[in-house]
Design a protein around this ligand. Sequence first.
Ligand code: HEM
Length: 191
Amino acid sequence: MLKRWPTGLGIVTGLIALSFGLLCGSMPDEKWQLAARWTGRASFPLFIITFVASSLATLFPKPWTRRLLQRRRWWGLGFAACFFIHLFALCVYNWRIDNFPPTSLLSPGVLAYTLLLAMVLTSNATSQRVLGHRWKWLHRSGMWVFLLIFGRPGTSLVAIVYMLVSLAALSLRLAAWWKTRQKHPRSLSAP
Ligand code: HEM
């Protein structure tokens, strides 16, 4: 039970970010806009920790990276919990400003949330066993879709920070993949 604390951290972080936005805003619309903004921002570090967990364990095989990898599922579920609180806040905000639904069904945001829901529902040993290589494909492509959306180019200071941190996470992942390929040249696994 104790090893699941990163999921608890994700829920608490999302609720604090939501409350922070609702407390800081002056008018109701602004309260929910800030709540959407802060829950989106609070999800990012949780995502990055989940994204780089296996790469850190490959590049720096230490007790703390091994523990991080052992808890990767709970970090992933922590990210998901915080990010579904983002979905709640952005829906209320867009509903309040008469912009609901907030985006078309074919948008990257909806794709990301659909993948996230599938990843959450399959974050258990039974699904991993039953789905086999499709489980890896689902969880790997989901993580890359999120990295691409979080790290998309932008000009604001916040967007530049997301982009640089995402690029650093990408470099860690590629370095770990290259190290594994050096060790097992015949392995065809994707980064
Ligand atoms: C379903 C589609 C989505 C909608 C309608 C949506 C809507 C919003 C809104 C209204 C905000 C507050 C904007 C503001 O600050 O005024 C926001 C912020 C944010 N969203 Fe989303 N979002 C969606 C999906 C996503 C996805 C898929 C990601 C990342 C993978 C994401 C990451 C963020 C981040 C990081 C912020 C904070 C931006 C900042 O730091 O200024 N959102 N979103």
